[in-house]
Design a protein around this ligand. Structure first.
Ligand code: DGL
Length: 275
């Protein structure tokens, strides 16, 4: 199995990673993909470092066991809290030839070109914001940029609970954006630092002043992955090509299928998996 080719694994706590998957598939439609949503244990955003790390490692291990050589953590919370430890501690023991990549780095690399005022806002889960991963990464690459993070703890539960069109969603979207812009009125670019947020992009746009650029991550992650595969042909050669995508969820497949079909605009037939 270790030498056989396999699909690209894409992992998220729930539905959010679909926003990354669709951009990756759009840019690289020929590869096969295996998506895993840990919907039964979402949200991850309010969970401790130890728990997010443990859950993420279980998911990565499962995707490896199912033949993936490369796994994308399409989840900022997992990228902020678990990626480094998995890369540095676990991968050398599991299989040094396999790779796990996150979603934070690709966006932070591009942010320098996307702000004029050099004041950037980050919207994310409590876990992502508290980890200060964005501030640290942006600080390393673009030392002159001021970063202000705003945790939006109720957005993911509302999205996972399919309340994205409810008045409650409007209330909390406005509340967190107002809080962010009160803390730094000079912000002219906001990174949607949670893969769930593009699912409510319309609402976020509605409550954000027009001159502020909203930056979903999908396009940047997809471009960075394409670039990675061009530079690492040994990995590229280990990916199967057929244009197929298989979906796994730790919740009941029925609700996943319904939701994922709406988000992706095509029929989804997920399988249940226990981690
Ligand atoms: N979509 C994930 C992220 O990018 C996780 C959200 C959650 O489970 O709280 O952070």
């Amino acid at each position: 199995m270790a030498n056989e080719k396999g699909p690209i694994g894409v992992f998220d706590s729930g539905y959010g990673g679909l926003t990354i998957l669709s951009e990756i598939q759009h840019m690289m439609p020929d590869y096969d993909y295996l998506y895993l949503g840990d919907n039964a244990r979402a949200p991850y955003g309010t969970r401790s470092f130890e728990v997010v790390y443990e859950f993420t490692l279980q998911a990565v291990q499962r995707l490896f066991d199912m033949g993936c050589h490369l796994v994308i953590l399409a989840c900022n919370t997992a990228s902020a809290k678990a990626l480094r430890t998995i890369q540095q501690v676990d991968l050398p023991k599991i299989d040094p030839e396999r790779r796990v990549l996150g979603v934070i780095r690709p966006t932070t690399e591009c942010i320098g070109e996307l702000t004029h005022t050099r004041h950037v806002g980050i919207l994310g889960t409590e876990g992502t914001i508290r980890s200060h991963t964005y501030d640290i990464e942006i600080g390393k690459l673009h030392p002159g940029i001021r970063v202000t993070g705003q945790a939006c703890p109720l957005w993911v539960p509302l999205i996972e609970g399919r309340e994205y069109d409810s008045p409650g969603m409007d209330y909390f979207v406005k509340k967190y954006i107002d809080q962010l812009l009160t803390r730094d009125p000079e912000i002219d670019a906001i990174i949607l630092g949670c893969t769930h947020y593009p699912l409510i992009l319309r609402k976020i746009r509605q409550y954000t002043p027009e001159h502020i650029r909203l930056i979903p991550q999908g396009e940047y992650v997809a471009r960075s992955l394409q670039d990675y595969l061009q530079r690492h042909t040994e990995m590229e050669e280990r990916i199967t090509r057929g244009g197929h995508c298989r979906f796994l969820t730790t919740e009941h497949p029925f609700s996943f299928n319904e939701q994922a079909s709406v988000f992706l605009g095509r029929t989804v037939n997920a399988e249940h998996v226990q981690l």
